[in-house]
Design a protein around this ligand. Structure first.
Ligand SMILES: NC(=O)c1ccc[n+]([C@@H]2O[C@H](COP(=O)([O-])OP(=O)(O)OC[C@H]3O[C@@H](n4cnc5c(N)ncnc54)[C@H](OP(=O)(O)O)[C@@H]3O)[C@@H](O)[C@H]2O)c1
Length: 332
């Protein structure tokens, strides 16, 4: 069967389903037959604003789960038929074959991992881009510079604040920091406190509570404060995050765009960037075993919007309307 793809012909237009070739893998790529695709805010942002791409049509989509269709010549880690999750890299490769909004997608093998048999494609689809982003914010030296997650973590005595801990990237950051032996203080809506705790947070506070800054500072206690993972990056969230940093004597903050406009001298803020090679060690050496043991969970839980590429447009619109503690997924 030939490939089918959901094309975005121009910003603000509905996705168009059309025929395409099944991608050919480069030597370090795999091609995946997608069984589930998750939607990210960047898909929505680009589909409405057109910011980023320089030629059209484009194929959106970063998160996928499916079975390996073809493997590149250099690879031994995967074989056809393997169940995998992955983070497609269309945002840097810029070619239609590398977008997840297709029946078949090409991606670098380093951004993929075996999905254990007991976990559905629908659940696994929520993981890819969140892993890339959380690893950038947590582990890249320019951001928080924390140790990589471990399958056998030892407590470090460090404590991290995750703002927006019920979001996709925030819940992944909570899980991965916990797997680095770092205690996590979560800031989210009370309705999502249980989700934050399932991801490993030891303390949960509401950003709507007027004394949230003092509550978070008290919860840091005598542990070593290692920084803030800022998933929301709005003027309201920066007001709270910077007030926490001020009371704790400064520190590091990993931000999702846009960064804060002004910063005190004792605060170092850097943007996390999901795409790229920084997360390869985590995809290769942590994800599969951690999923098998239950150390890594597919959070936030998927909300299946529909079946078939035709449902991707509805999924984009549902995400645009706002989500809380869920990730939009389309099954194929
Ligand atoms: N830099 C990168 O490479 C990169 C990669 C991925 C994502 N991002 C960006 O990171 C952000 C989060 O992405 P995501 O996929 O994790 O989003 P998401 O899962 O769709 O985020 C939804 C969550 O955000 C929380 N939220 C929404 N408005 C909030 C507010 N005003 N204050 C506090 N929490 C709020 C909600 O929490 P409650 O319901 O608990 O309030 C909700 O659970 C987006 O802006 C996205 O574009 C950047």
């Amino acid at each position: 069967m030939a490939n089918k793809t959901a094309y975005l012909d121009a910003p603000g237009t509905p996705l168009r389903i059309g025929d395409s070739e099944i991608p050919i893998p480069g030597p370090d790529d795999i091609v995946v037959k997608n069984h589930a695709i998750a939607i990210n805010p960047v898909d929505n942002m680009i589909s409405t604003t057109g910011l980023g791409p320089t030629s059209w049509p484009i194929v959106l989509g970063s998160d996928l789960a499916g079975s390996v269709h073809a493997v590149g010549a250099n690879l031994t880690r995967f074989k056809p038929g393997d169940r995998v999750i992955g983070f497609a890299q269309w945002l840097i490769r810029r070619t239609p074959a590398d977008g997840a909004f297709s029946l078949y997608t090409r991606l670098p093998a380093g951004n993929a991992a075996i999905l254990p048999d007991g976990i559905s494609y629908t659940d696994g689809a929520v993981l890819g881009m969140a892993i890339g982003t959380a690893v950038s914010g947590l582990n890249e030296e320019k951001c928080l510079g924390l140790p990589f997650p471990s399958l056998t973590p030892a407590q470090t005595g460090g404590v991290l604040v995750v703002y927006g801990a019920s979001s996709s990237i925030g819940s992944m950051a909570t899980q991965l920091a916990t797997a680095s032996g770092i205690r996590v203080i979560a800031i989210a809506s009370p309705a999502n406190f249980e989700l934050c705790r399932q991801c490993g947070a030891t303390d949960t506070f509401s950003y709507k509570h007027p004394t949230v800054v003092d509550e978070v500072v008290a919860a840091v206690g005598s542990d070593t404060f290692v920084g803030i993972f800022e998933s929301i990056s709005s003027s309201a969230s920066y007001k709270i995050s910077l007030a926490i940093l001020e009371k704790l004597g400064g520190g590091r903050m990993a931000c999702s765009p846009p960064g804060p406009t002004t910063l005190p001298g004792n605060v170092k803020a850097e943007m996390m960037i999901a795409m790229g090679e920084h997360s390869i060690p985590v995809f290769e050496h942590f994800v599969t075993q951690a999923l098998e043991s239950g150390q890594l969970k597919c959070q936030p839980p998927p909300l299946v919007v529909g079946n078939g590429l035709e449902s991707l447009q509805t999924a984009l619109e549902t995400l645009q309307a706002g989500v809380s503690g869920r990730k939009m997924v389309v099954t194929l």
